[in-house]
Design a protein around this ligand. Structure first.
Ligand code: CP
Length: 312
């Protein structure tokens, strides 16, 4: 109970919109609360009792949507799934009017995924309800990066001083952006790696190094985060095939053995494309934290919901 007060004392926000905004102390407060849920030290079943939360996913999702649903259920809240294709958005109602109508029914948590950068922040500024960014275009995906770093910290005992390589389609990746912001705040050394058309100028300025040579980037790496090529966001045809990409940027056990530190771990936000950004063998190997990330995602999302609830 006291430790719950400790972490909430550092939490004053009504929303979770991105990790660029958060301090290292706020990130630690979320980790501390998530660890309490993970260890069964906090009794969650009634923390969101009587609360309604709407899951508004305007882009596809498996992990994030289902994991928020599990988290809300664990906290005793009611989840309402909003299906855009069968909603009155199809009749021309704006998203803001949709939110206002849902608020009028007593819903005060909005967990939103949108293709349009900045839309979630804009809605949150026009409402007193709590908004959680569950994927904001190519901008941020804060709960994904929080669960990535929570899992990495669990595996390595710390984040500070780790060499972390993020490889793949960095330009289109909201996961990469949130991870870079949080990893730098927590003191990691961050290397961004990918074909030049996938490297992003603004993240280049934040990273310790950018590279188009994965073997070189992996030297002494403690962790690698592999990213999917976001075909749905590409504006032009790629000048390489999936086979070329795997040869140059695909993660394999052999590549890690040869170049990375001996206990280098592998993360991926999912969904994974086997034999494109990661070999099937590596994805299913003991180095892989991929399913651990998914399990921890529930605790991280419970922690975020619980902190936002205490703020209300
Ligand atoms: N990592 C992630 O956001 O997965 P989903 O798109 O399945 O939610």
């Amino acid at each position: 109970m006291n430790s719950q007060k400790d972490s909430s004392a550092r939490w004053t926000r009504k929303d979770l919109l991105g990790l660029k905004d958060l301090s290292a102390e706020e990130i630690s407060a979320i980790f501390k609360r998530a660890a309490q849920f993970q260890k069964g030290l906090s009794s969650p079943q009634t923390q969101l009792k009587g609360e309604y939360a709407a899951l508004l996913f305007l882009e596809p999702s498996t992990r994030t949507r289902m994991s928020f649903e599990v988290a809300l259920t664990n906290l005793g809240g009611h989840t309402l799934i909003f299906s855009p294709q069968v909603s009155s958005l199809e009749k021309g109602e704006t998203l803001l009017d949709t939110v206002k109508n849902l608020e009028a029914m007593g819903i005060h948590f909005f967990i939103l995924r949108s293709r349009e950068n900045g839309l979630i922040r804009e809605l949150s500024q026009k409402s007193s309800s709590s908004f959680i960014n569950a994927g904001d275009g190519t901008n941020e995906h804060p709960t994904q990066a929080l669960l990535d770093l929570f899992t990495l910290k669990e595996a390595k005992g710390k984040i500070e001083g780790l060499k972390v390589v993020i490889v793949g389609d960095i330009l289109h990746s909201r996961v990469a952006r949130s991870n870079v912001f949080a990893l730098k705040k927590l003191g990691a050394r961050v290397i961004l790696c990918g074909p030049k058309e996938f490297l992003s100028d603004d993240l280049r300025a934040l990273a310790d190094e950018t590279s188009e040579n994965l073997n070189h980037s992996l030297k002494g790496a403690d962790a690698v985060i592999a990213l999917r090529i976001q075909q749905e966001r590409l504006e032009a045809r790629l000048h390489f095939t999936a086979q070329d990409y795997f040869k140059n940027f695909g993660l394999t056990e052999e590549r890690l053995k040869k170049y990375a530190s001996s206990n280098c771990v592998v993360l991926h936000p999912g969904p994974i494309n086997r034999e494109v950004e990661i070999s099937s063998q590596l994805a299913d190997s003991p180095r892989s934290l991929i399913l651990k990330q998914v399990s921890n995602g529930v605790f991280i999302r419970m922690a975020v919901l619980s902190l936002l609830r205490l703020k209300k």
